[in-house]
Design a protein around this ligand. Structure first.
Ligand code: BJW
Length: 252
């Protein structure tokens, strides 16, 4: 582990451009269940992989809206954990020395922004913004539970609001994908943190960076399909590993 930590620290110290991809594991220590965790309470009989689809929303918009509203409120209450804060600190350190830092996230919870990260690219959208299914107009709902389900649009009678997240089978936001391609083709270091690396195209960006010769690393308590392909691996929760990494980078 210490050998991997020092390999990671020296690669990041020497890098001009560091790109990071985060997933749900980064927010696990902020008490937001990961996507492939079993869900709690009311929702435990539902499978997230079947709720996060346009077909589920078309078939049962009330259940899908209630699920996203429940998660939206959980995200609003959540606070960034030491992993989020360490990534914000890493960005400040790299920018202060004239380098670039790109944080690509699959998370919809906005905790990176709450922690102070600046250059955040939301590949799967955000749960904090909803849009009219008729005209696409976007709203940031008040920080309280919706009082009607499915949530009616305010601009088009009979239309519904849906969360501005990317469901399976939907295209990712064009601008976000373009920034992710640019980052994976120019970075010197690419780090994958708290993601199972099974959902594409997000999982493919580290592969492109690796094929170009960037130093690649993973931070995760469990193995993923990328684990045997990265140059270094910090095995453990990001809330513990990332502060250690930032300390190691700063210490020389
Ligand atoms: C910790 C920790 C701690 C725990 N610290 N770590 C190529 C091949 C095969 C399939 C495809 C392909 N290209 C496209 C596809 C289809 C599909 C796909 O990838 N399917 C696969 C499942 C096979 N992709 C799409 O449909 C995408 N669209 C697309 O490609 O459009 C073009 C197209 C259209 C039609 C046909 C073909 C192409 C869209 C993907 C959208 C994903 N959306 C979701 C829902 C977002 C909204 C919501 O939140 O509800 O995004 S699904 C879900 O998975 C969510 C997540 O962002 C995403 C990734 O999950 P993540 O973050 O990795 O979480 P987990 O739970 O899986 O893992 C947590 C990890 O944390 C674990 O590893 C733990 O060990 C770790 N951990 N505690 C650090 N403390």
């Amino acid at each position: 582990m210490d050998e991997h930590l020092s390999r990671a620290a020296s690669a990041i110290r020497e890098a001009e451009h560091v790109a990071v991809m985060t997933g749900a594991g980064v927010s696990a220590e902020s008490r937001i269940p990961t996507f492939r965790d079993t869900m709690e309470g009311l929702w435990k009989e539902f499978d997230p992989q079947t709720l996060a689809t346009p077909e589920a929303f078309a078939g049962d918009p009330e259940t899908v809206s209630r699920w996203y509203d429940w998660r939206r409120l959980k995200c609003l209450e959540a606070e960034p954990n030491p992993g989020h804060l360490a990534l914000a600190e890493l960005e400040r350190m790299i920018v202060a020395r004239g380098g670039r830092f790109t944080l690509l996230t699959q998370n919809v919870d906005r905790l990176h922004q709450k922690a102070g990260s600046r250059n955040v690219v939301e590949l799967h959208g955000t749960i904090m913004v909803w849009r009219c299914t008729e005209c696409g107009r976007e709203f940031e709902p008040a920080p309280e539970a919706f009082d009607a389900f499915p949530v009616p649009s305010e601009c088009h009678e009979g239309a519904l609001l849906r969360p501005c997240v990317v469901w399976f089978g939907e295209m990712l936001p064009e601008q976000a994908v373009s920034v992710a391609h640019e980052a994976s083709s120019t970075c010197d270091v690419f780090i994958s943190i708290g993601t199972s690396s099974v959902v594409y195209p997000a999982a493919g960006f580290i592969e492109s960076a690796s094929m170009r010769g960037a130093s690649t690393g993973e931070v995760n308590p469990a193995e993923t399909p990328m684990s045997t392909r990265v140059d270094w691996r910090l095995e453990g929760p990001s809330g513990a590993m990332l502060p250690r990494l930032v300390k190691a980078i700063a210490s020389t």
